[in-house]
Design a protein around this ligand. Sequence first.
Ligand code: HEC
Length: 173
Amino acid sequence: MRSTMRSTGIRLGRGRRRKRLASGSAMRAAAAAGALLLAACTEPTPAFTEPMTLGGVEVSAEVLSRGQKIYANHCASCHAVDGSGAGPAARHLSPGPRDFRTAEFIHKAGEGDVLPTDAELRHVIKKGVQGRGMPAWGALRDEDIDAVVHFIKTFSPRWQEPAGDPLREAEGQ
Ligand code: HEC
């Protein structure tokens, strides 16, 4: 009688332990999924670990990550996490912001599809575009503006083309 009880106790104990283990791993899986989801929400693009050459200039991973953070906090509401310009706060803006993914810019001196200079990008970000929904970001620190200028270039492969596009030069001859 005693021995049966003891063995039952052991079985129960094992059963309970196994159950605890199972729910423990389920919880770990749920936590991992939650962490992934959270990462997907707060970190839209993977963090930069390598420098990138943008517009012929090498930009460090630190600067790009800094720009990414500024962009997420201040710009993505309108310009969208993916740079498309379809952010929730831009829904009622007409015209809405350009698509950074195709490097469409209008606030530049160069004609056609010429890319804006860093000075032109800095200028429009600092001063904004009155009456067209682009706020002035003059209150941001210069190094933050520089970082976000570099970061928005990462949306389009056009900034990674070698400077002095030889194809276009050949066509122009
Ligand atoms: C409230 C919405 C909103 C926010 C927030 C916003 N923008 Fe804009 N932005 C716009 C709109 C709208 C335009 C287009 C203005 C126009 O049509 O002339 C624009 C234009 C621009 C342009 C010029 C694009 C071109 O066509 O030449 C740049 C660069 C830019 N924004 C960068 C930023 C950066 C960087 C931030 C964050 C620091 C930011 N914007 C935050 C709405 C916004």
